[in-house]
Design a protein around this ligand. Sequence first.
Ligand SMILES: [Zn+2]
Length: 429
Amino acid sequence: MTEKEFIEYIGSKATLDYQQSGILASITIAQACLESGYGTTDLAINANNLFGMKTTLSGNTWKSAWDGKSKYTKRTKEEYKPGIITTITADFRKYPSIDKSVEDHSLYLSQAKNGSKLRYPGLVEEQNYKTAIQIIKNGGYATDNSYVQKICNLIEKWNLTKYDIKGDINMGYTNSSLVTYTKLSPNHSGARTHTIDRITPHCVVGQLSASGIAGCFTNPGVQASCNYGIGTEGGVALIVEEKNRSWCSSSNANDQRAVTIECACDSSQPYTFNSTVYNKLVELCVDICRRNGKNKLLWISNKEKALNYTPASNEMLLTVHRWFANKSCPGDWMYSRMGELAEKVTKKLKKSTTSSSTPKHTTSNSTYPKAPFVVQITGTMKYFDSKGKNRKELGEIKKGTYTIIETSGKWGKLLSGAGWIYLNYTKKL
Ligand SMILES: [Zn+2]
């Protein structure tokens, strides 16, 4: 990877992280470049650790994304006294991915404390990179006296402020076109902090219609919701948009990454779904997988294994409510069919045809800036699994603004990971 490629690689991750953590992407990228030698240090290569994060950092008085045990031991040079370099052996955090390193670093910067006070007060949501890096230096992040200047130089040299994209932007999440009824619930946490890689089917306990299921979640007092409801007649209700985190599975970690679906069923054991509801669930799962760039739905019946499993970028994992709470949800009838559901959906996904359509008209001849950038879409637009000749159509996105995190010719990749769109049909903001 060249220096430029490293910045593009880390850039999209830093933008996504900024939207969640409030730590400027330009700061994260510049620190990653400086502290990992553009991703070339031992620590970056062997431990996915871009920021030299040690195991004992700041007394671990903050909510970490590190697992608390994986480590990498190496010799390191430290400047404890100005101008005097000492070599010591130290334990560093080892991460399963670069994403985790970025996430952990931002959690540290936003939450680490010195006694009862934040180490880096005012850093979260600080919009000026010069102020932000001074706060970081003042909190004792680096001992190098020229640290602030080095970071500012990198931000200016690579024009990194263009990665500081935040605001009311659609991450590229879409809702199902199978929806027949929409009644949005006030009960949700806003934007997800994790991309969609799980589906959790639930049993609503009652042969309710789609509108009836939606009606269960309109009152803020119930403190519950789901993304979709499938009614006994086969209607599909949109209750919490896919871009948002629903309150459904008694697990924050699960609901941040899952599309949750309440299904009409009998009101007593084994909470049987009628065949219309079950078939609609298959159809909806196919649609959710497709729109989120997945071609494989997995069922791992062992709870421990399933919850520790990291799905590949093309995989969607099924989970169940009973793993997170003392409930029988989704009921024994559905629980015994989870493997079959995964198989049916995957079979349909593999059958999906290759699109051979080529764009017929162009509305723009501009060249595109380095990603990430934001585009506007004025009508609906198709998106694909790749930008190649053999690309498969995955679905349609609605009009709105979308963040592009990677470009290839006239194709752009959506931030959500849902797929690629043809940029000539879009307007650059
Ligand atoms: Zn449930």
